[in-house]
Design a protein around this ligand. Structure first.
Ligand SMILES: [Zn+2]
Length: 340
């Protein structure tokens, strides 16, 4: 099953740029940024050895802090973006939607941040021709609404030049911070301008906010851990898929075990769902591993895994032609196995 899933041309729809660097890539990035003879580099390498022995949640989040530091320069951000594409390409991801919150610091403005990421994605097409990458700028709900408005304005502007590259807006960040309704104006503007909306929704048990989000609407729902049976029926009727990230949910403690993951409920209800990684680097996983985990936990066959991949093709923000190509790649792969 592992080999079958590894070689399957997969589709990743929920991946945060800064969380998606695996340990080897993080080491490569540190080497590039600090140089391999520096004190910072040897200290980081020592921490990585420690991570490999034991990756508890604190250490997962420590990884995030490293990445933020390493991507705080234009060069670091550019290289990190390239490495993330490399990591997904190595896992046979044929289509990737990357999310990232544009940041501003002494080295770059939010506009520069997005420009660097977009240019790197475009350059990556030559080096990694088997993976099609799209970008969803993220709004961090812990930040002020004015920042969200700036992010939407930039996304709209960049989408005008690159409509096949900037395809939507994500709402993410600490679900216990910020009020959804404060951001609905900015999100609505993005939607009016033709951008798709992906919303981290029902990550925590907050019934009134879940209701507000569902009434507002979205193209895809991130996590959906605390959706009720009625909410799931609503998602099914509206054909809104729930992005399920098993390792992320269990390691971060929002779901108690793989067996109890709400993906089971979604499958039983035949509601739309896609399997994703969220932060593959931080949580030390890959989409191959996530699909294997799903298959082993819920006794899925190869055909079920192909169906899950085809659901991801259907719910991606690729254009019709791109989606047809993606489906064809899966079909070719399946046919190649039959003729073996
Ligand atoms: Zn996420």
């Amino acid at each position: 099953m592992f080999k079958f899933l590894k070689e399957l041309p997969k589709v990743e729809l929920h991946a945060h740029l800064n969380g998606s660097l695996n340990t080897n890539s993080l080491r490569d990035l540190a080497e590039k940024v600090y140089g391999n003879t520096s004190e910072e580099f040897s200290q980081l390498c020592a921490r990585f050895v420690d991570f490999e022995k034991d990756s508890n949640l604190d250490k997962c989040f420590e990884k995030f802090a490293f990445v933020h530091e390493l991507t705080s320069t234009a060069e670091g951000l550019q290289y990190a973006t390239e490495l993330v594409i490399r990591d997904f390409a190595n896992d046979n991801i044929q289509y990737l939607e990357l999310r990232t919150t544009p940041k501003a610091n002494n080295n770059y403005l939010r506009r520069d941040y997005l420009r660097i990421v977009l240019d790197t994605i475009k350059k990556g097409r030559e080096k990694y021709p088997n993976i099609l990458v799209k970008l969803l700028p993220s709004i961090n709900r812990s930040e002020p609404v004015a920042v969200a408005e700036e992010t939407v304005a930039l996304a709209v502007e960049f989408a005008k030049t690159d409509p096949d590259l900037v395809v939507g807006i994500d709402l993410s960040g600490n679900p216990a911070q910020g009020k959804f309704t404060d951001f609905s104006g900015a999100l609505n503007l993005a939607r009016k301008e033709g951008l798709k909306l992906v919303i981290h929704c029902a990550e925590i048990d907050n019934t009134s906010e879940i209701k507000e989000m569902l009434a507002f609407g979205m193209s895809r729902c991130g996590h959906g851990t605390y959706l009720s049976s009625e909410d799931i029926a609503h998602m099914k009727a509206a054909d809104i898929p729930i992005e399920c990230c098993l390792t992320s949910n269990v390691k971060s403690g929002t779901v108690s075990s793989f067996e109890e993951h709400h993906l089971k409920q979604l499958m039983e209800a035949d509601a739309p769902k896609v399997v994703c990684t969220d932060d593959s680097g931080v949580f030390d996983t890959t989409l191959t591993n996530e699909l294997l985990l799903v298959a082993e936990t819920f006794n899925l066959t190869r055909d079920h895994c192909i169906d899950l991949t085809m659901e991801a093709v259907k719910h991606s923000f690729a254009n019709d032609e791109e989606r047809q190509q993606m489906a064809l790649k899966v079909e070719h792969y399946v046919n190649s196995l039959k003729s073996e």
